[in-house]
Design a protein around this ligand. Sequence first.
Ligand code: NAD
Ligand code: MG
Length: 397
Amino acid sequence: QPQAKARSVSILGATGSIGSSTVDLIKRSPDRFRVEAVTANSNAAALAMVARELGARVAVLADESGYAELKAALAGSGIETAAGEAGLIEAAQRPADWVMAAIAGAVGLKPTLAAIERGATVALANKECLVCAGSLFMRRAKASGAAVLPVDSEHNAVFQALGAGRREDVSRVILTASGGPFRTWTLDAIKAATPEQALKHPNWSMGPKVTIDSATLMNKGLELIEAHHLFGLAPDEIEVLVHPQSVVHGLVEFRDGSVVAQLGPADMRVPIAHCLAYPERLDGPVPRLDLAALRELTFENPDLTRFPALGLARQAMIAGGAAPTVLNAADEVAVAEFMAGRLSFAGIAALVEATLEAAGKRGLLAEPLSVEAALAVDHTARGLARELLLNNAVKAF
Ligand code: NAD
Ligand code: MG
């Protein structure tokens, strides 16, 4: 079989959950990929290991205090090193055909945009950057000709299903949600859930932030906003369906009543492999789906009373402007506070709601027209959220 020219790739957030799955797939197909840049936040040893394993040209650590360790760990390897925000942006600007954007949180916005602006194909895992500055992000991608391939399993599923018809014939898109660890819990039990309980996701193994967001269903809320921007869908064209088995990841309904869905094992290497080889396919290392062994797939509507975060995110999507930016910033603060034991589980949605309200009162919800404006709203919203916490303004502690 003739081999196509190796695709050059960079991985932003190479040491995280998505990053590690990407590294795993690349190591299994060494002839198909050549690695340009790998980045991480502060774990110099882990980054150095990934850089050596992949034979990357450059390794960049966001946290400058770990630079000496990174440099020492890569001494004699021929791999270039850098650190800091500027280094991260330069890593994204390096000439790789394909960039995995897998930094967690709004801090991924600038490096991801740097890859978008040079017209690279961007495999987008970092949903927060679409929530924080979605209109702007998609405008920039359109202007530069960058292709955005969705890594998030639901969006990847929808992307694949959309291939079955014309965009103007789509009537509805459905994102599935596992329902998280508290799907069957009572409201009172959920309110008092601990970080340890919230970190036990029934189906997926992921980084801590997205796991907590899956327990509140804020993750599905962020994904509504993500789908709205990625596919140019109106808010009332996107629905959420709870599907505890996580086998059907997303569905597209066409105007004739046909529904096309993508199914697969709950392993992020499936959507990542789709993006890595797109429009070709890779031999996936994951166990094949065995529907007879699963026997049944079930579906139910989400309960917005027990999971208010999903309703808040839908409202923010409908409101538009900077409401999603504030929602995302407040959620990042709330999740960190919850993990630190300073906020109850119910307090996460309560803090997000209170922050949105406070931001509205201060007139902060106009559409951010530049990256700087979006990041300024993000910064102010984090401050507002912390202020609300300090003043005990959020009940449900
Ligand atoms: P993670 O926490 O496991 O990894 C995050 C990566 O980003 C790490 O490499 C870390 O070093 C880097 N990073 C963190 N803070 C940084 C900073 N300040 N500056 C630079 N780099 C920083 O997260 P993850 O679960 O891999 O998720 C990554 C993104 O993918 C998130 O946006 C998440 O919502 C999304 N996502 C993840 C999954 C999943 O299965 N894990 C599924 C869908 C979407
Ligand atoms: Mg998802």
